[in-house]
Design a protein around this ligand. Structure first.
Ligand SMILES: Cc1cc2nc3c(=O)[nH]c(=O)nc-3n(C[C@H](O)[C@H](O)[C@H](O)COP(=O)(O)OP(=O)(O)OC[C@H]3O[C@@H](n4cnc5c(N)ncnc54)[C@H](O)[C@@H]3O)c2cc1C
Ligand SMILES: *[C@@H]1O[C@H](CO)[C@@H](O)[C@H](O)[C@H]1NC(C)=O
Ligand SMILES: *[C@@H]1O[C@H](CO)[C@@H](O)[C@H](O)[C@H]1NC(C)=O
Length: 664
């Protein structure tokens, strides 16, 4: 059903039609062919006044209709040509014509047609003009070439969409082959080459080499798509100035490419991104693609705007162009995408995430509005519809998840443990067994009077179905940060530190844990509350599990000690590193209570952890070692880099790294 909705919205894109010059090259060629003759309108332009005059002149109407009827190659093309002129007469001259009227004029004109004569350009013509094949062929070639250019632009636009579609398709096949048959479609060797040489992070925004590689390929494809294959000859009846013609062609190309990327940008940024389910990749990965596609789209939009601005400056007073609404909305759209890029810089996001998110959404909606008004005369509305459909699809899913899967407003209990950590207990939703997989996350919105103004925020948290907690409850452990989590922790509680409130639960999201078999080894590596991303994997793995956990607050350990004890009873090997201990804590007592506790004055080296994990995996004779990591800052990428160091191409044990990122 989810897929159907997405397919539906992508199909809307196919209905994109253009109404400008390129809508019907037949009609445009006929209009331009005839506009040089004297119809008593006092000019040969294409403005409102000219259309008002011409569309009221039955001789002109007869000529255009005859031209379209005789030069069109088939019924469909002719009808479309009629409809095009009818619309132009309506938009520019306010005449209420339709295609049928033009059919009648064409039939009527045949009795009165005369070949154009030289003086018809000077002296007003009082009869319909026939088509001189020699003269007309110039107009027809001119508009066909421009049309072909636009048509080609649309295809290279589809090519850019195809880039992402192909990537997602490969990931999807790989994911399903692995999940269903445990088959690695890339082969062991290729995977190891990838891990060794492509997965390490680089100095460029901390992106991995692999990401740099695909983003470079995408950029190259975009540059080639924008720059190559401009084949419109001069002289051209539409624009006969090389400079203006070039601007016009670049304008079309870049505008259409920007449009083709819009649905990509939107779909990758959705909360209900269908590709997460298909590829098994975390949303964080797609948010990265979202950023890259958005950047490229914005640059194309900027080129489009710059080129048309230059065009307007050169071809006439700028004000003649800027008076049109579609022009102004286009300017608004370009300004909006750059505002969105600017406010998405990590600095601003980290400064005030909720404000960023709110502004980002509002700008996104305004962008759709601006593109609507930019295009509803020009055409290509299919792309705009696709954005609306995608946005609506996401909202509908959210409502469905909140009010059907999770039965709407739910009473939850927040337990404040100390100033760093809280526990939230929520009743297990009815749909838990069908819809949830271990390790997924939900978005919570809190409806509580003392913090009513925050009820529109929704924060992601991993839900844990712990075997040591009542089976009809789900638990969330929350690290207290500066925003909503802080407000929650400061609420008035009962003597046990508890407060109950209403909440809306939007979920489940995320691919959940992998499924493991007997011979697998799973090593979890976590920092602080990142443990929440790891626990579900440890519960899922039947044997050979190891947990390396670094904390700086002993209460984190206290809170989860029963879960840890359970894992130990199942044979897990657990080591918890406490990096900061309170003087008031009795070290001996702590060591007694938590035998797995190790005290350390500094943070551990990820290299050591990975080497320990590899040794552990080899000692178990596992053919697959899964390193599941979840930590703040650079921890996950440090682990990835260390794994790359330990991997040798040809190694018999396959190492998989699963990052359970809590940031994006
Ligand atoms: C998939 C996922 C699972 C998570 N699971 C857990 C968990 O089990 N336990 C836990 O303690 N934390 C978890 N987090 C992190 C948690 O969502 C944030 O710490 C929390 O939203 C911070 O709220 P705040 O208003 O106090 O943050 P602030 O202090 O205002 O912001 C701190 C940081 O939190 C992040 N953040 C804030 N709001 C959002 C939001 N609406 N969406 C995404 N990120 C946001 C931003 O990176 C921001 O810079 C998870 C995050 C993700 C993405
Ligand atoms: C038919 O065409 C002639 C010549 O353009 C015009 O004078 C006449 O009004 C037209 N008749 C109709 C019914 O349109
Ligand atoms: C068509 O136009 C050309 C060039 O203007 C002219 O030489 C030719 O005689 C015209 N043909 C007819 C059939 O009028």
């Amino acid at each position: 059903m989810r897929l159907l909705l997405v397919l539906f919205s992508l199909c809307l894109v196919f209905s994109a039609t253009a109404l400008v010059i390129v809508d019907s090259s037949l009609a445009s060629a006929c209009v331009y062919y005839l506009k040089g003759y004297n119809w008593g309108c006092g000019g040969t332009g294409q403005g409102h006044a000219m259309y008002k005059c011409r569309c009221g002149n039955v001789d002109w109407l007869g000529s255009v209709a005859n031209c379209i009827a005789t030069q069109g190659s088939n019924k469909g093309e002719i009808h479309h040509g009629f409809a095009h002129v009818a619309l132009r007469c309506q938009q520019k001259g306010h005449y209420d014509y339709d295609a049928e009227d033009f059919k009648d004029w064409a039939a009527n004109a045949t009795a009165y047609l005369e070949m154009p004569a030289a003086e018809d350009k000077k002296v007003q013509v009082f009869h319909p003009l026939d088509v001189n094949a020699t003269t007309y062929s110039y107009y027809s070639r001119s508009f066909n070439q421009i049309n072909h250019h636009v048509f080609k632009s649309q295809w290279v636009g589809w090519g850019l969409l195809f880039f992402w579609a192909a990537l997602v398709a490969v990931f999807t096949v790989a994911n399903f082959m692995w999940r269903m048959f445990r088959v690695n479609i890339y082969g062991e060797r290729l995977s190891q080459i990838y891990q060794k040489h492509l997965s390490p992070t680089t100095a460029v925004f901390g992106l991995s080499r692999w990401h740099l590689l695909i983003f470079s390929l995408f950029t190259i494809q975009t540059v080639l798509s924008t720059a190559l294959s401009y084949k419109v000859e001069l002289p051209n009846a539409y624009i006969n100035d090389l400079y203006l013609l070039t601007l016009d062609l670049i304008g079309y190309r870049s505008g259409i490419i920007a449009f083709s990327l819009m649905p990509v940008v939107f779909i990758f940024g959705l909360r209900n991104n269908p590709f997460c389910f298909l590829t098994g990749l975390p949303l964080a990965e797609f948010i990265l693609y979202h950023k890259i596609a958005a950047l490229i789209m914005s640059i194309e939009a900027l080129i489009h705007s710059a080129v048309w601005t230059a065009y307007a400056m050169k071809s006439g007073p700028y004000s003649v162009w800027s008076i049109d609404d579609y022009w102004r909305w286009g300017v608004a759209g370009t300004v909006l995408v750059f505002l969105m890029l600017g406010q998405s810089i990590r600095f601003f996001r980290n400064l005030m995430y909720e404000t960023f998110l709110m502004a980002h959404k509002i700008f996104g909606w305004l962008f759709i509005v601006s593109m609507w008004y930019h295009c509803y005369i020009l055409g290509w509305m299919g792309w705009v519809y696709s954005m609306i459909a995608l946005t609506a699809y996401d909202r509908v899913w959210r409502l469905f998840k909140m009010f059907v899967l999770n039965r709407g407003y739910t009473n939850i209990i927040v337990t404040v443990v100390d100033d760093k950590v809280m526990k939230i207990s929520i009743p297990k939703p009815l749909a838990y067994d069908v819809a949830y997989r271990p390790g997924c996350h939900v978005y919570l919105s809190f409806y509580h009077w003392p913090m009513w103004y925050q009820c529109f925020q929704s924060h992601p948290f991993t839900v844990i179905s712990s075997p040591v907690v009542s089976s009809n409850l789900l638990t969330i452990y929350v690290r207290i940060k500066k925003g909503t989590t802080k407000t929650l922790s400061q609420l008035k509680t009962d003597e046990k530190g508890r407060v109950s409130m209403w909440a809306l639960i939007d979920g489940p999201y995320g691919h959940g844990t992998s499924s493991y078999v007997e011979s697998d080894t799973v090593v979890g590596m976590a920092a602080g509350m990142g443990i929440c991303g790891i626990l579900p994997s440890l519960y899922e793995c039947p044997t050979q599990t190891k947990l390396l956990w670094v904390v700086n607050n002993i209460n984190d350990v206290r809170l989860l000690s029963r879960d840890l004890d359970f894992l130990i009873s199942r044979g897990a090997n657990i080591q918890v590193l406490l990096t900061k201990s309170d003087e008031t804590d009795d070290v001996v007592l702590l060591e007694k209570a938590f035998p797995y506790l190790v005290f350390s004055s500094s943070r551990p080296k990820m290299d050591d952890w990975v080497s320990e994990a590899v040794k552990y995996g080899s000692s178990n004779n596992s053919s697959h070692l899964f390193i599941v990591s979840c930590g703040s800052g650079s921890m996950d990428s440090d682990i990835g880099n260390s794994i790359a160091k330990y991997i040798e191409v040809g190694l018999s044990m396959a190492i998989h790294h699963q990052k359970e990122l809590f940031v994006w």
